[in-house]
Design a protein around this ligand. Sequence first.
Ligand code: PMP
Length: 404
Amino acid sequence: DPTRVINLSAGPCALPESVLHEACQGLINFNGTGIGIAEISHRSPEFVAYIKDVQHLIRTQLDVPQTHSILFAQGGGALQFSVVVLNLLARHRLLHPDLPESERVLDYVVTGWFSDLAIKEAKRLGGGRVHTVVDARAHSPVGKFDNIPPHAAYTFSPAPALIFYCENETVDGVQFSDGADPTAPTSFPFHLLPQDKGLLPLVGDYSSSFMSRPIPRLAEHAVIFASAQKNIGPAGVTVLIVRNDCLPDPDAAAALGAQPVPGTLAYKTLADHASLYNTPAVFAIYVVGLVLRRLHALGGVAAVDAVNRRKAAKLYEAMGEGARKGLLKARVEEGKGRSLMNVVFDFNEKEVQDRFAAGAVERGIKGIVGHPLVLGTRLSIYNAVTEEQVDTVMAYMRDFFAQL
Ligand code: PMP
């Protein structure tokens, strides 16, 4: 569609055009029911079958074992910052009813804006004791979130109730490496985690990298969550992958003194009702299903991973040229955990940055201004941004640098 631009927004962001056309049709008539997807009951047999298929598409493409449930929630990734704390503290209470609060430790790996929000939320909720495993700002020459810290810096607690990390920091452009090489300095240090017979309370925020590549050591996670509006759909639905020992009965835990968990926020409620306890985000789940079917047809996460690597390499290459000319500075240096999804840099002068953004719009490229709180330039290249579009962006960057 020639009226559409190259959308590099950090989220909500580009969706595949073919999916948008299918979704238009689904709004009129969902799967031949004669009812549009925004009008159909979430309890209709057609939608119940559809949501099962979406779960199946996630399970098969990410190799999710039967030990884990796939659930759909609302409230975004941000609500999960609270929800994981409530549920995993309830689980810990059931496992260890008599421990003093100070020994219910919540471990946080803080590598950027979102994990920092998560740790602040844990402190606000006030159950247990919050421990900072590592804070990447302490490992930055400028005190910023611009790196994955060295493995030696992590101090995990021996038996925490929760261990939180964010796999891709959308604002800062910092990401753990893919796990293929566990000794890589930017990999998540799985080997340093306490040994816990496979029942570690490990929580990964995958909001901005979900389905962009395989998830390393997925089976060892207690909870993986991802709001949809980056790689897999519109805003409104959050995908959860929860190990089945992490579906505690909140009422039983509350009877032992744990904080009550609102019914709609208890993982057990979602699991017991196959994510249909109350009305889910029907339309958002529908579009997620369309995106994942298309992804499956294209070869799944492994195939898209290869494309995503090439896309990121191209933009970092162009960015490096600008840096060598002294025009801009990368937020994250090479080897420090550069994100494959969000490429972030700062022009030396604000005036140049504004011209770069304005020139991009003239070329049909939008959504490149950084997060309002950290500014800069951010190019987000989630799954639906094509390699051809990235080539256009790269050419624009080179042209712009050349005329400075
Ligand atoms: N975590 C990460 C890594 C994110 O990128 C975002 C959203 N940008 C969130 C959490 C919060 O998600 P939501 O806005 O859906 O609440």
